[in-house]
Design a protein around this ligand. Structure first.
Ligand SMILES: [Zn+2]
Length: 256
């Protein structure tokens, strides 16, 4: 049976740690004093509230900021660099967003074909432009452009391969699965850290994706309102939008 210590007991010579059991401050760790491997967290351990990075734990560094006039209005572009992998991300900020009413925020995942190369296979480019227009109309808000999110995290090459599989009948979820790739491997810790660095704690998030709401709330960011950002479908993306609605839980109210 374990011996219970009297909490009021005065430490005696026997219970006081002897000075020579303490490591000297400049002692070089030896095999014996190194932490045993089993004190390290398992690599596949599920993060708990205690091990999740707090939003103010900087996993990005602010790299540079400059004025960028656009056809929608004037923004300040803030460049960030992810500490973990060196990936660079950008936040377009219009007006003062540190404090005041919760600003409009779009957390946009990079899509080279949709955002830049005029593809009609998805709605990304139209959502990007609609988000910039909505921020400009309100005169205030943030668009965070997250790199490395191509094809819900599979990369441009695998995304094009997924398109080829979709052309022989698979849907967007099945096309990732057929390549042995996750359906959605995007994470929002970097985006959450960027928002925290910009001084944002509450926001009105422009998204149709409920998973994004949950992900950001995991980082102690409060979403006061979800602003839908629905784009009119076209014959090329209607199946993709139906899959997002029916298999990925996106809130799409327009008839598809
Ligand atoms: Zn896209």
């Amino acid at each position: 049976m374990a011996q219970v210590m009297n909490p009021n007991a005065v430490p005696t010579q026997d219970t006081m740690p002897t000075p020579n059991t303490m490591p000297a401050p400049n002692a070089v760790p030896t095999q014996d004093t190194m932490p045993a491997p089993n004190t390290m967290p398992a690599p596949n351990a599920v993060p708990t509230q205690d091990t999740m990075p707090a939003p103010n734990t900087m996993i990005v560094e602010h790299f540079a900021a400059a004025r960028v006039p656009t056809s929608y209005g004037g923004f300040v572009a803030h460049a960030y660099r992810s500490v973990a992998d060196g990936e660079e991300h950008i936040a377009y900020v219009m007006a003062e967003v540190d404090g005041g009413a919760p600003p409009l925020v779009r957390m946009h995942s990079e899509c080279l074909t949709g955002d830049l190369l005029s593809s009609l296979r998805c709605d990304c480019g139209q959502q990007l432009r609609a988000a910039l227009a909505m921020i400009a109309q309100e005169g205030r808000g943030v668009l965070v452009y997250l790199r490395g999110h191509e094809g819900r995290g599979i990369g441009i090459g695998h995304k094009i391969r997924a398109y080829a599989l979709q052309d022989v009948g698979l849907d967007t979820v099945e096309a990732n699965e057929a390549q042995g790739l996750p359906i959605d491997s995007r994470t929002y810790g970097v985006g959450a850290s960027i928002l925290a660095d910009l001084g944002i704690t509450e926001m009105r998030l422009m998204t149709n994706n409920p998973r994004k709401l949950d992900s950001l709330e995991d980082f102690n960011l409060k979403i006061t309102e979800r602003i839908p950002i629905e784009i009119e479908s076209n014959p090329e993306n209607v199946r993709y939008l139906r899959t997002k609605r029916d298999r990925l839980g996106h809130t799409l109210t327009a008839a598809l």
